[in-house]
Design a protein around this ligand. Structure first.
Ligand code: CMP
Length: 139
C-alpha cells in the first residue's frame, strides 16, 4: 500500500553538501519527496524527537550531533515507503550496511550516519507530526 515515512538528512551530510546525492538515492528507490525543509534543530527539539533513546548511553552525543548543523527533514511517500526507505538507507552502523545503501556509501560513523528513517508506520505518523503540518505535505 502507498505509505508515508519520515526522513532526516543529518548534519554530517549537509556539512559535506551531499543532500542532493541522498535525495537521488531516495527517488531512485521509488520514493517521492512530498514535504521537505532545511532546519536548524534546537536542543529541545532534538531531545524530544529522540526521547525514546533518552536512557541510552549515546543519547547526549546524539543530540549534540543532531544540532551541530542544519538538517533536512522530509516526508517520503511510496509503495511500502517505511520498509523501502529502510532498505535504501542500510543498517544503522555503516560497517554493517549492505553495498549500494546510503549509509554504506556516505555515512561517517554509527552516529554520523547521514540519514534517519522511521522504523514503523506508527512511528512515521508521530515523527511526521513532530515536524510538519498537514498543509506542508503536498502529495
Ligand atoms: P537513527 O536512525 O537516527 O536513530 C538513533 C540514532 O542514534 C542512530 O540513527 C544513530 O545516529 C545514533 N547512534 C549512535 N550510537 C548508536 C548506537 N550504538 N546504536 C544505535 N544508534 C546509535
Amino acid at each position: 500500500a502507498v505509505q508515508r515515512t519520515f526522513s532526516i538528512i543529518k548534519p554530517d551530510a549537509t556539512r559535506r553538501n551531499i543532500t542532493g546525492k541522498i535525495v537521488d538515492r531516495l527517488e531512485g528507490a521509488g520514493l517521492r519527496v512530498v514535504a521537505q525543509k532545511r532546519i536548524q534543530m534546537t536542543r529541545e527539539q532534538a531531545e524530544g524527537f529522540y526521547a525514546v533513546h533518552k536512557e541510552r548511553p549515546f543519547f547526549n552525543d546524539l543530540v549534540t550531533f543532531m544540532i551541530s548543523g542544519p538538517v533536512v527533514v522530509q516526508v517520503l511517500e511510496g509503495e511500502d515507503a517505511v520498509a523501502k526507505n529502510r532498505e535504501v538507507m542500510g543498517a544503522t552502523n555503516p560497517a554493517n550496511a549492505d553495498a549500494g545503501t546510503i549509509r554504506k556509501d556516505f555515512a561517517e560513523s554509527i552516529e554520523a550516519n547521514s540519514v534517519h528513517g522511521s522504523d514503523s508506520p506508527e512511528n512515521a505518523a508521530t515523527e511526521i507530526k513532530f515536524f510538519f503540518t498537514d498543509a506542508e505535505i503536498v502529495g
